[in-house]
Design a protein around this ligand. Structure first.
Ligand code: GLA
Length: 370
C-alpha cells in the first residue's frame, strides 16, 4: 500500500454491558479493541469516487454528483452514504478520492465493521478537506448515514465509541443526552476475551428494526400513564405495574430487559471501579440470560458459545452487540487463555459442529490518522 498518500484507522468495538438500550435512551459501556480497518487514500483531480477493499473483489465507482442511495454501491454503501450526508449538511467536497479499505475486523461478526467504515470515512474527509467536524459530530453524522441513508434504526453506541474511544478505558455513554465519561479498565487478575460464533448473521437488519419498533410500541402505551421520554427513564420498581398496563407478554419481556439492563450498567461501573470480579461476572451472566429469554436476540449459537465459555472456565459471558449470531465476550482469569480456548472450542464444536474463534484483545484508541 505504498502508493497511497494518506492512511487513517478505525478500530472494532465490543460492548461490555448495556445491550439494546442505546436506542431506548439508556447508558452503555463499550470500548475499542485492537482489530482495525485502515483506509488508504489518494485525492484525485477529477470528481470520481473509487472504493476498493481487500475483503471484496468488486471495485465500486461513482462520482460526487451520483451519491443517492443505490443498491449498486453494494459493500461501499456506507462510504457513499458519508458523502451524501455531508452534502445534505452543506459541507463542500470538491475533489474525488480513491479509498482502499484494509480490514482485519471480521465483517458481519457484530464487532461493528460498519461503524468503523463510517467513522473512518468521515474522519478522512474531515482532515483532507478541513471540514472542522468534531469527533462527537462524526459519531452523530455516522448514525445519520445508518438511519437515513441505509434505513437501519440503530442507536449511537457503535459510532460514538469508535469516534471517541481511549486506550484502556471504556465509555460510559448516556445515549439520550449524548454525554459521556471514561471509566478505566484495569482488571488485575482477569481479562476480557472475544468469542466469535462463526455463525453468519441472517436477517439482522429486519430483526433489529423489529426490536426497535416493539420498544416504541411499548413506550407509546406506557406514556399514557407515565411521564417518560424513553424506556430507560423507568425503574425496576415500576415493572409490575407496567406489566399490567401493557397486558402483552412479548412487549413486557422487551421492557423488562431494557429497564434492568440499564440498571446493570451502573452496577457494572461500580464493580469495575472496585475490581469486583464476582459482581462483574454475575452482571455479564444476568445480561446474557435477559438477552436470551426476554429480548430474544441471542439464538442457539450465541447461547452455546456463552455456555461453552463458562464450561471452559470463564466466570461470566454474554453476547455483545446486536446479536442474532456474531460475537460474545467472556471474563477469564489471566494466564488461562490457552487452556480456556481449547476447552471452549471443543465444547462449542460438540454443540454446533462449528469451530469458534477466540481472541485475546487489548483496549485501544478510537479513530485516528496514522
Ligand atoms: C448494534 C447497533 C447499536 C446497538 C447494538 C445493541 O450494534 O448498531 O446501536 O443498538 O446493536 O446494543
Amino acid at each position: 500500500m505504498t502508493n497511497y498518500e494518506y492512511k487513517f484507522r478505525a478500530p472494532a468495538r465490543i460492548n461490555l454491558i448495556g445491550e439494546h438500550i442505546d436506542y431506548n435512551g439508556g447508558y452503555v459501556l463499550p470500548c475499542c479493541i485492537n482489530m482495525y480497518l485502515d483506509a488508504y487514500v489518494n485525492l484525485r483531480i477529477d470528481n470520481k469516487l473509487i472504493f476498493k477493499s481487500i475483503s471484496f473483489n468488486n471495485v465500486i465507482e461513482t462520482n460526487l454528483d451520483n451519491i443517492n442511495y443505490d443498491k449498486k454501491f453494494d459493500w461501499a454503501i456506507y462510504s457513499v452514504g458519508v458523502f451524501y450526508i455531508l452534502k445534505k449538511l452543506g459541507y463542500k467536497i470538491n475533489k474525488g478520492l480513491e479509498i482502499n479499505y484494509v480490514s482485519n475486523i471480521p465483517a458481519g461478526s457484530g464487532l461493528s465493521s460498519s461503524a468503523a467504515i463510517l467513522d473512518v470515512t468521515f474522519l478522512l474527509l474531515n482532515k483532507l478537506f478541513n471540514l472542522g467536524i468534531s469527533n462527537k459530530d462524526i459519531a452523530l453524522y455516522s448514525k445519520m448515514v445508518e438511519n437515513e441513508y441505509c434505513n437501519l434504526k440503530s442507536g449511537i453506541m457503535d459510532e460514538a465509541i469508535i469516534a471517541l474511544g481511549k486506550k484502556n478505558q471504556c465509555l460510559l455513554l448516556n445515549c439520550s443526552k449524548f454525554e459521556y465519561e471514561y471509566v478505566d479498565i484495569n482488571l488485575l487478575d482477569y481479562e476480557f476475551v472475544v468469542l466469535k460464533t462463526n455463525k453468519p448473521r441472517k436477517l439482522i437488519e429486519s430483526k433489529y428494526n423489529e426490536r426497535v419498533e416493539e420498544c416504541n410500541k411499548a413506550l407509546d402505551i406506557i406514556k399514557t400513564k407515565y411521564d417518560v421520554k424513553n424506556l430507560c427513564m423507568l425503574k425496576s420498581e415500576n415493572l409490575s405495574d407496567i406489566k399490567e398496563l401493557l397486558n402483552d407478554e412479548l412487549l413486557f419481556k422487551r421492557v423488562n430487559h431494557v429497564v434492568k439492563e440499564n440498571e446493570r450498567v451502573f452496577e457494572f461501573v461500580k464493580a469495575l471501579k472496585n475490581n469486583d470480579y464476582k459482581l462483574i461476572a454475575k452482571l455479564l451472566n444476568e445480561s446474557q440470560e435477559s438477552l436470551k429469554n426476554d429480548y430474544e436476540t441471542t439464538g442457539y449459537h450465541l447461547d452455546s458459545i456463552c455456555d461453552s465459555a463458562i464450561y471452559a472456565g470463564a466466570i461470566g459471558a454474554r453476547s455483545t452487540g446486536a446479536g442474532f449470531g456474531g460475537c460474545a465476550i467472556a471474563l477469564i482469569k489471566k494466564n488461562t487463555f490457552n487452556d480456556f480456548s481449547i476447552k471452549l472450542k471443543e465444547k462449542y464444536y460438540k454443540l454446533t459442529q462449528i469451530y469458534a474463534d477466540v481472541y485475546r484483545v487489548e483496549i485501544t484508541d478510537g479513530i485516528k490518522e496514522i
